[in-house]
Design a protein around this ligand. Structure first.
Ligand SMILES: NC(=O)c1ccc[n+]([C@@H]2O[C@H](COP(=O)([O-])OP(=O)(O)OC[C@H]3O[C@@H](n4cnc5c(N)ncnc54)[C@H](O)[C@@H]3O)[C@@H](O)[C@H]2O)c1
Ligand SMILES: N[C@H](CO)Cc1c[nH]c[nH+]1
Ligand SMILES: [Zn+2]
Length: 442
């Protein structure tokens, strides 16, 4: 298999075809998730159990849709203490990052003498965190989605995740949940899981919002249920760009291309460079790395890097490489250049920017602290990473004192009259002004 090589060294235009992701066309999935959603709405738990058997291969005759207390205990007992230590380390950093990000409960500014306005930040009542489990297990996604929920103070933060063939939640996900402080985990994933939290079932609570990444099955279901469920940051199949100049070792750039390309055949990953040497070194290095991955992960990486959504792009100069990044708007961007900080200032569109050769995407995915649930499919042009703000909403607050009232009332009355709203105008003249006079003299 050969790595897809786009030699644009003589090209003035960037081919827009390269900016497409697998998510760009979800029609295959959309058609198929419609009946799944309808079944969950009509049959609730029974549909979840049936789909758990059909799509997740659940074997035991009985399996509980909610993870029981004993399952958390058993997971702790089975887990390697070193993995538990890594989970703790990640939870601490991710918590510290999101605590720093958390806004004040309220701010108020004196807009005019005696007239105050501001915002209150209030957590959303019930949020579902989606933790994928099709091609692997993702305790890190539990941490990324649940820690900000806890920091934001969401009263009911739950997790949904597909069950394994044993009808259980993956051990590390249970351990991470307990360390984060999440007690409600429901064993349903894919489109049926999204539908369960949109409608609520006998067991799964209805939620107002769902956060977290997922396969195209999850993404397609979220899109069909937006009238019931806020779908949060649009996070689909993982994707990355490695931006490199001539100062780096192409073999190092190739190493970091492996990271997101091994997620699945639906991922996207490109090395974008203006250096032919770097491009050629990277292409030469990849087969040696694939030999060190499992067969499944090497297969995914090869499908991505040798297919239509990945590979190596050689641009005519470094400015064009930067322009490629801005037009692509990647989920993860790694900058491997002599002066990464200076290059960063030229980047307008990316979910996250990781600077320099000691900040590989792996650190951001698992332990550094910023949220690794990021906008995909070009959504980084308008959206940012998952954050505490996704678990809260703002409520505007206004408070005008008797002393501050009159000048605002006069100006507002002019607006009301101009826009043709006599009721609005009356509310800032008539009785209220008489009251004000009384207050002034009383
Ligand atoms: N953006 C991020 O932050 C981030 C983080 C981690 C993973 N990811 C992405 O999340 C995705 C995870 O996907 P995954 O597959 O591992 O897990 P997943 O849980 O998202 O999807 C698996 C589920 O899809 C459903 N499904 C599978 N085949 C089906 C079929 N034929 N018909 C109906 N439903 C079916 C099943 O319900 C199954 O449980 C990957 O694309 C990965 O790249 C993104
Ligand atoms: N790459 C994912 C975000 O796009 C995060 C992750 C979790 N595990 C491995 N990777
Ligand atoms: Zn990853």
């Amino acid at each position: 298999m050969s790595v897809t090589f786009h030699d644009l060294s003589a090209a003035d235009q960037l081919p827009t075809q390269l900016f497409k992701r697998t998510e760009s066309d979800l029609s295959f999935f959309s058609e198929r998730v419609t009946p799944i959603i309808a079944a969950v709405q009509a049959q609730g738990d029974a549909a979840l159990i049936r789909f758990g058997r059909e799509f997740d291969g659940v074997q035991p005759e009985h399996f509980s849709l909610r993870a029981e207390e004993s399952e958390f205990d058993e997971a702790f007992a089975r887990m390697d203490p070193e993995v538990i230590a890594s989970i703790r380390f990640s939870v601490e950093n991710v918590r510290a990052f999101h605590e720093a990000q958390k806004p004040e409960e309220m701010w108020l500014k004196e807009m005019q003498p005696g007239a105050f306005a501001g915002d209150r930040h209030v957590p959303i009542d019930a949020v579902a965190c989606y933790v994928p489990r099709g091609k692997g297990s993702f305790p890190s996604v539990l941490i990324m989605t649940a820690v900000p929920a806890v920091v934001a103070g969401v009263p009911r933060a739950i997790v949904i995740t597909p069950p394994g063939p044993d009808g259980k939640v993956d051990d590390a996900t249970l351990v991470a949940a307990r360390l984060v402080g999440i007690t409600e985990i429901y064993k349903c994933g894919g489109a049926q899981g999204v539908a369960a939290v949109a409608y609520g079932t006998e067991t799964v609570p209805k939620c107002l919002k769902i956060v977290g990444p997922g396969s195209p099955w999850v993404v397609a279901a979220k899109r069909q249920l937006t009238h019931l469920l806020d779908p949060g940051v649009p996070a689909g199949p993982s994707e990355s760009l490695i931006l490199a100049d001539d100062s780096v070792d192409g073999a190092l750039a190739a190493l970091d291309l492996l990271i997101e390309s091994e997620h699945g055949p639906d991922s996207s990953a490109y090395l974008v460079t203006s250096s032919r040497r770097v491009a050629e070194q990277a292409i030469a290095a990849l087969p040696g790395y694939w030999a060190q991955q499992t067969e499944q992960r090497a297969g995914f990486s090869q499908q991505v890097l040798c297919g239509d959504h990945g590979g190596v792009v050689l641009t005519k100069d470094f400015a064009t490489a930067v322009e490629f990044v801005n037009q692509y708007a990647p989920e993860h961007l790694e900058i491997l250049t002599a002066e990464p900080m200076a290059v960063m200032t030229q980047i307008r569109n990316a979910g996250e920017i990781l600077l320099g050769k000691y900040t590989p995407i792996t650190l951001g995915n698992f332990v550094l602290g910023p949220n690794a649930v990021l906008p995909t499919n070009g959504a980084a042009k308008t959206a940012g990473p998952l954050s505490v703000f996704d678990y809260m909403k703002r409520i505007s607050v206004g408070y005008v004192t008797a002393a501050g009232y009159q000048p605002l009332a006069d100006k507002a009355r002019r607006f009301a009259e101009y826009e043709g709203f006599p009721g609005h105008a009356l509310a800032v003249s008539g009785l209220r002004n008489t009251l004000l006079e009384g207050d002034k003299h009383g």
